[in-house]
Design a protein around this ligand. Structure first.
Ligand SMILES: [Zn+2]
Ligand SMILES: [Zn+2]
Length: 133
């Protein structure tokens, strides 16, 4: 198992992951578009025991978007780095990874509410709403 690292746009915040990423998914709903400032989320789950901040944890700001769930982002550059659930890291935004994690997004969800300007790639697994668990 190789160690993965990730960092924000300005480099103030860095983390490492020493275990596997799981359940990489992309959600195209209007909420995720705004939370990720993109056409969709790109997110994978991580075991909190495998995750640690290397530097810049004091530059993180937390936004709680729902009860118990939120995102942490760099207050200097605004990159969203991870999702947190009950104050533990829940998953990471794939865009902030430095290395190839050797995974692919396994499912695209809420494609039924995607932005009109987004063209979905061919051949990806799509669900109009939440996919199966
Ligand atoms: Zn930053
Ligand atoms: Zn969503």
């Amino acid at each position: 198992m190789t160690t993965l690292t990730g960092e924000c746009f300005c480099g103030a915040v860095k983390y490492q992951i020493t275990g596997p990423l799981r359940d990489a998914r992309s959600c195209h709903c209007s909420r995720c578009r705004k939370a990720f400032s993109a056409q969709a989320s790109a997110y994978a789950l991580v075991d909190p025991a495998d995750f640690s901040w290397l530097c810049g944890a004091d530059a993180l700001t937390t936004y709680a978007s729902q009860q118990d769930f939120g995102f942490q982002f760099c207050r200097q550059c605004g990159s969203t780095l991870c999702g947190i659930y009950k104050n533990h890291v829940h998953g990471i935004t794939l865009g902030c990874l430095n290395e190839d994690p050797h995974i692919e997004i396994g499912r695209h969800i809420f494609v039924g509410s995607k932005a009109s300007w987004e063209v979905m790639p061919e051949g990806v697994t799509q669900y109009q709403a939440q996919g199966p668990d």
